[in-house]
Design a protein around this ligand. Structure first.
Ligand code: AMP
Ligand code: ZN
Length: 137
């Protein structure tokens, strides 16, 4: 896709700090890291959301996330890491090319997710379970 910044990075048309690449993916440092070592894994093929990707693309991305997360941990000495993947502007996706964030973390880094968690009313949990389970394909 010609006007996609991550397609341009994959093609080498704009620079990036690559840490890994294979036939399916490219991984590079996020230019505005939450913490140093914050890495993005992107498929070579342009798809916007995880739900747009073929199983082979999902598999390639997932395998690369595992490899790169181990390298990020070893290189940064982080205590832990978050794997984050945003789908849609409402979910915080700014770049519309599938990407997975690997964010190295330490207890003292001051970064906090603001989870807002609710609950289910009587019967709602099982109704939702059935609605989702019946659509997995
Ligand atoms: P998201 O909000 O999930 O779409 O995340 C997009 C990420 O891409 C942000 O964390 C940006 O800092 C990062 N980003 C945008 N442009 C570049 C670039 N040219 N090189 C590296 N990272 C980038
Ligand atoms: Zn793209």
């Amino acid at each position: 896709m010609t006007d996609c910044i991550f397609c341009k990075i994959v093609a080498g048309d704009i620079p990036s700090a690559r840490v890994y690449e294979d036939a399916g993916v490219v991984a590079f440092l996020d230019i505005n890291p939450v913490n140093p070592g914050h890495t993005l894994v992107v498929p070579r093929v342009h798809v916007e959301r995880l739900t747009d990707a073929d199983e082979s693309v999902v598999t390639a991305v997932a395998a690369a996330v595992g490899k790169c997360a181990r390298a990020v941990m070893a290189a940064t000495g982080a205590e832990g890491f978050n794997v984050l993947q945003n789908n849609g502007a409402c979910a915080g996706q700014v770049v519309p090319h599938l990407h997975v964030h690997i964010i190295p973390r330490s207890a003292s880094d001051g970064f906090r997710f603001g989870w807002r968690q609710g609950g289910y009313g009587e019967g709602e949990l099982d109704a939702m379970r059935r609605r989702i389970a019946g659509r997995v394909s």
